[in-house]
Write a new protein. Structure first.
Length: 355
C-alpha cells in the first residue's frame, strides 16, 4: 500500500536539529508532496504510531532515547509571488522552504514586512507555530493564512490569521490545538518598496534616525544576531542551541514592584522591563538568569550557556538531552527560589515522558 513511500527505520535525529542532540526515530519520512504527508499519516494510523512533525529542528530538544513513532518531516517546496491590492504582494510559500532563504529573496525583491526576521533558522512551516518574532517584528504581522492538514477532520483546509490565535510566542498550533494541524503552506502579504520596521532599540541606535534599505536592515540584524551567537550558519558551539531557551516572563506591575524592593535593597540599579499591557510587564529572562548567578559560558557537564548570551542553553560538545534538561531545571529552580517566577521554556520537548 505504501510501496512508493520512503519510510526509513531507526534514523538518527541529532543531525536534523540545531542542538545536535537526540536519539533515533523508529520511523522517519521526508514528505515532499501533500499526498506523501497524508500517506505517512495513514501509515502511522494503521501501525498505531504517534506522529511528530519536524521542520528544521531549530526549536526542539529530542530525548536521548529518540522517538518511538513516526517522525514526519514536511519538505514541501515552492514560492509563488502574486500582485495584490495597491503596493501589496501576496506570497504563497511551501512549508519546507528554508525561512531565512525566503526572507533573503523577499528583501532582494524589495518586499517589506519580514526583514527583521532575518537569520532565524528553520523552515517556513515552523514560523506560525510559535509566531516567530525578533527585533520588533512578528510573523503574524504579515501572515494572511495557513494551509493545513487537519488530523481531526482528516482533510486539508485554510485557516485565516484570526483563526490561528497568535500572541507572544504562541498560536493555536502550540496551545489549544497542539498536534492537530500540519502546516503545508503559508500565505503572506508583503509591501512592495516598503520601509523596514525600525522600532527595536539596537536597530534604532544603529541607524540613528535614518531609514535604511531592507538589505541594510537584514545585514545589520544578522550581524547583531552573530554577535549574540544567534546565527546558526556562523557555526561553533554557541550556535548548537534552540535559540532562546526561555520565554521572557510577563508579570503584574505589583510583582515588579515587589522584585524592585528586594533587588534595589541588594544594590541592583533597576530591573529592565517594558509594558505589554497597562498592568503587565515583560522582564528579560536573560537578565533574571544573570541575576540568579548564571553567566555567559556557564557550564554544567557538556551543557552550558552560550558564551555570548545567557538565554541560550547550548550543547558544548556531545551533550545529552538529559544534561540540557538538568541545566534547564537548575536555572528554573534558582529563578523560582529567588524571584518567585516560573520560567517557561520555548523549545518543544520530544520523546520525553514528563513533558
Ligand atoms: C540560533 C537560533 C536562533 C533563533 N532565533 C529565534 C528568534 O529570534 N525568534 C523566534 O521566534 N525563534 C527563534 N528561534 C527558534 C526557531 O528557529 C523558530 O521557532 C523556528 O520557526 C522553528 O522552525 P523549525 O522549522 O526549525 O521547527 P522545528 O524545530 O522543527 O519544530 C518546532 C515545532 O514546530 C512544529 N512544526 C514544525 N514544522 C511544522 C509543520 N510544517 N506543521 C506543523 N507543525 C510544525 C514541530 O512539531 C515543533 O513542535 C531560534 C533558534 C535558534 C537555533
Amino acid at each position: 500500500m505504501h510501496s512508493n513511500l520512503k519510510i526509513e527505520e531507526n534514523v538518527s535525529l541529532s543531525g536534523l536539529t540545531t542542538f545536535r542532540i537526540g536519539g533515533e526515530a523508529r520511523y522517519f519520512l521526508r514528505a515532499q508532496t501533500e499526498k506523501q504527508v497524508i500517506s505517512g499519516l495513514e501509515f502511522a494510523h494503521v501501525n498505531e504510531l504517534e506522529v511528530f512533525i519536524l521542520g528544521g529542528g531549530s526549536n526542539v530538544l529530542i530525548s536521548d532515547s529518540g522517538f518511538s513513532g513516526l517522525v514526519l518531516q514536511v519538505d514541501l517546496k515552492g514560492i509563488l509571488f502574486r500582485e495584490g491590492d495597491g503596493e501589496a504582494i501576496n506570497v504563497t510559500v511551501g512549508a519546507g522552504e528554508d525561512w531565512d532563504e525566503f526572507v533573503g529573496i523577499c528583501v532582494e525583491k524589495k518586499l517589506a514586512g519580514i526583514e527583521c526576521l532575518s537569520g532565524i533558522p528553520g523552515l517556513v512551516g515552523g514560523t506560525p507555530i510559535q509566531n516567530v518574532g525578533a527585533y520588533g517584528q512578528e510573523v503574524s504581522e504579515t501572515l494572511v493564512s495557513v494551509k493545513v492538514f487537519d488530523r481531526h477532520q482528516n482533510k486539508t483546509k485554510t485557516l485565516s490569521k484570526a483563526e490561528c490565535g497568535f500572541g507572544y510566542r504562541k498560536s493555536i498550533f502550540n496551545t489549544t490545538e497542539k498536534n492537530r494541524y500540519i502546516v503545508l503552506e503559508v500565505d503572506y502579504s508583503l509591501k512592495k518598496n516598503g520601509a523596514p520596521k525600525i522600532v527595536y532599540s539596537d536597530l534604532k541606535s544603529k541607524f540613528e534616525g535614518r531609514v535604511p534599505s531592507l538589505r541594510e536592515t537584514r545585514e545589520v540584524v544578522c550581524t547583531i544576531r552573530a554577535s549574540k551567537g544567534m546565527l546558526v550558519r556562523q557555526g561553533g558551539l554557541d550556535a548548537q542551541s534552540a535559540g532562546s531557551f526561555f520565554k521572557n516572563p510577563i508579570v503584574r506591575k505589583s510583582k515588579l514592584a515587589e522584585l524592585e524592593t528586594i533587588l534595589l535593597g541588594e544594590g541592583v540599579k533597576g530591573i529592565p522591563n517594558y509594558f505589554v499591557e497597562p498592568d503587565l510587564v515583560k522582564i528579560p529572562a536573560a537578565w533574571l538568569i544573570e541575576q540568579a548567578g548564571f553567566y555567559k559560558g556557564f557550564k554544567k557537564g557538556n551543557a552550558g550557556l552560550s558564551t555570548k548570551h545567557t538565554l541560550a542553553i547550548t550543547n558544548r560538545g556531545n551533550a545529552t538531552a538529559k544534561e540540557i534538561i538538568d541545566l534547564k531545571a537548575d536555572i528554573q529552580n534558582e529563578i523560582m527560589d529567588r524571584f518567585g517566577i516560573d520560567l517557561i521554556p520555548e523549545p518543544n520537548f520530544i520523546g520525553f515522558d514528563n513533558f
